[in-house]
Ligand binder design. Structure first.
Ligand SMILES: [Zn+2]
Length: 267
């Protein structure tokens, strides 16, 4: 009997296939046989929906169901560092730029995109980073925060259905925010009374940095929901034409430990 595989694992394999991964590499990443991977890829080719029925997958203007966890994560990525642009009239792309230092993030980002919509995800290599992209007619439906200009130059407010998802899955939302515009850093501060072998006080902390006070407010609201202590401050920039940046810091030991359970270092 052929073993049953979770839908999420199949989706991940197909997404990696779309990114150009070899079947051998996909099999290793997913922990399954190459035969299984080949079966999923070839089976999918036979059952690709025609153009006529692709419109209904949108949860806003069609009758598709949104995968809430993947959506909360992707919304965090989008608000932190995502961009929607037009390919041609009525068709857009969603682009999330991932730093090449963290290949694990690319896989997670691509998997989340494909979980929200049945889209083919592809990657564009740039200097030092990789753009993860997918085209759809419906990115503006699920990310109505899209608008002209930069996100920090306009009001960013969630629709009520988005707020419900973020309130239900604040950890996934925070994970997306930290993965895009955040970082987990390890601070080393010289102790006032250094001892041999313990000259430094070493402590990890999280920071989320964004020019939009609205997006920062969404971040701190989600932190409140998961009971994580935070502080904010504003940093001026070296150029006068640049907006000041809002920084959210999570640095208390138990707060960092709580964040580590669902975010952790970028990988
Ligand atoms: Zn739509």
């Amino acid at each position: 009997m052929r073993p049953m595989h979770a839908r999420a694992l199949v989706d991940k394999a197909l997404t990696l296939h779309g990114l150009g991964w070899t079947q051998r590499r996909i099999a290793r990443e997913c922990g399954v046989s190459q035969t299984a991977v080949s079966h999923w890829i070839n089976g999918r080719r036979r059952s690709m929906p025609g153009d006529g029925d692709r419109g209904v997958y949108c949860p806003v203007c069609g009758d598709g169901r949104l995968a809430p966890r993947a959506y909360a994560y992707l919304l965090g990525l989008y608000l932190g560092d995502g961009y929607i642009g037009a390919i041609r009239r009525g068709v857009d792309y969603l682009s999330i730029v991932c730093c090449d230092t963290w290949p694990g993030l690319m896989v997670e980002c691509a998997t989340a995109m494909a979980a929200v919509f049945p889209v083919t995800v592809f990657q564009v290599r740039r200097q030092g980073c990789t753009e993860i992209k997918a085209t759809s007619k419906h990115w503006r439906c699920v990310f109505p925060q899209h608008g002209p200009g930069k996100k920090h130059e306009r009001r960013i407010a969630l629709e009520s259905w988005q707020r419900e998802i973020v309130d239900a899955h604040p950890k996934e939302f925070l994970r997306g925010l930290i993965h895009s515009d955040g970082i987990r850093v390890v601070n080393r501060v010289r102790r006032k009374r250094p001892r041999p072998g313990a000259e430094f006080h070493v402590y990890p902390r999280y920071q989320f940095t964004n020019a939009s006070s609205d997006i920062v407010a969404l971040c701190t609201r989600a932190l409140d929901r998961v009971g994580v202590d935070w502080r904010t401050h504003v940093t001026r920039r070296d150029r006068e034409d640049l907006r000041p940046l809002h920084v959210v810091s999570v640095s208390r030991r138990e707060a960092v430990a709580a964040m580590d359970t669902f975010v952790g270092p970028k990988y």
